[in-house]
Write a protein of this length. Structure first.
Ligand SMILES: [Fe+2]
Length: 339
């Protein structure tokens, strides 16, 4: 039987399955990842371990859902994107720490919670989309985005979107709050239009000549160029990706990651799955399917992502960035970024 069910059906089955010593081994994953993209990984895990995987897919409100289910939550593992959401899960108290030598060996300390509440399994970089026609430079710093040379030429989605909040939090980590505020004002002064749309729309606006550079995540470029939508292909082809760096630092990355649910009914299977996710096979399958960077060294990268050049990820720990997100959100309001 397929592990892919609507959440209502899955919950019904879980509720009626009861618990007995002879019950088949199961694992319940709550995820915001596209089911079709992670299915090959879950199938492989089942093949290797015999553990049947049920998934509940919720693109939004996943952490809230686990919280509202409380002690009766069937969730074993939470698999989601962005530190904002992983940290929210921890802050809601719906996770528990995992201590695993296997996870600690593979995942650099910068990409996991010091207390073991969440672990990054792949990374996405927040980069510059640059017009192929109008931008000749192939290097840029995040600092330069606030330089008046780009006045009226920059496009970006809402400053309050969680991807931008994490980027701005990284700016605070590097520059301190006062300089970050100055930078944010400079960036706002360079905008071609009010922040709007998603990351893909910034590429669309570049093609349309509205702006010369946009800010977006790496995987969207792969989704646009390799997807079925002919319009989006044109957006993706209109831009070059420049991996920006901080002065004296690297490129801002965020993570997709895993957490063990606080009341996980199948804890041993959950830990087995978390460790499976850092195996070479899973690292490759997961990063390739989502056009992300594997956290494990030496794993092959999706060709579109590899074509952007070598990623030198910034070394500020994701947990530090998480702590500065609230400050970043306040700065966005303070400078009227979205107005
Ligand atoms: Fe996204």
């Amino acid at each position: 039987m397929s592990g892919w069910m609507s959440s209502a059906v899955a919950l019904g089955l879980l509720a009626s399955s009861g618990v007995s010593a002879s019950a088949e081994e199961v694992l319940n994953i709550y995820t915001s990842r596209e089911p079709g993209l992670i299915k090959p990984i879950l199938d492989e895990f089942t093949k290797e371990t015999g553990v049947k995987v049920n998934t509940i897919f919720l693109s939004n409100g996943l952490e809230e859902r686990v919280r509202s289910e409380g002690q009766n939550s069937p969730a074993d593992v939470i698999l989601t994107v962005d530190i904002g959401r992983l940290q929210a899960a921890k802050d809601y108290g719906v996770t528990q720490p995992v201590k695993s030598a296997a996870l600690e060996k593979v995942i650099p300390a910068a990409y996991r919670d010091p207390e073991g509440h969440w672990y990054g399994v792949s990374m996405r970089a927040r980069v510059v989309y640059a017009s192929k026609d109008r931008v000749k430079q192939d290097k840029i710093t995040y600092e330069e985005l606030a330089n008046p040379k780009w006045k009226g030429k920059v496009c970006i989605r809402s400053g309050q979107h969680l991807y931008n909040i994490s980027l701005f939090a990284a700016v605070i980590a590097h520059k301190g709050e006062a300089k970050a505020e100055e930078w944010l004002k400079g960036l706002k002064a360079n905008l071609a239009k009010k922040p709007s749309g998603g990351d893909r729309e910034q590429a669309k606006d570049i093609l349309a000549g509205v702006c010369d550079i946009g800010i977006g995540n790496t995987y969207y470029v792969s989704l646009m160029r390799n997807g079925k939508d002919e319009e989006q292909k044109k957006w993706g082809e209109a831009i070059n990706v420049i991996l920006p760096t901080f002065e004296g630092g690297g490129t801002h990355v965020n993570i997709s990651g895993l957490a063990l649910a606080k009341y996980a009914p199948n804890k041993a299977n959950a830990e087995k799955f978390m460790e499976y996710m850092v195996s070479d096979d899973a690292q490759h399958l997961h990063a390739e399917a989502n056009s992300e960077y594997p956290v494990k060294q030496g794993i092959k990268i999706h060709p579109t992502i590899a074509s952007f050049g070598e990623l030198k990820a910034d070394t500020v720990a994701i947990a530090e960035i998480a702590k500065l997100r609230k400050k970043a959100s306040e700065l966005v309001d303070k400078v009227g970024f979205d107005q």
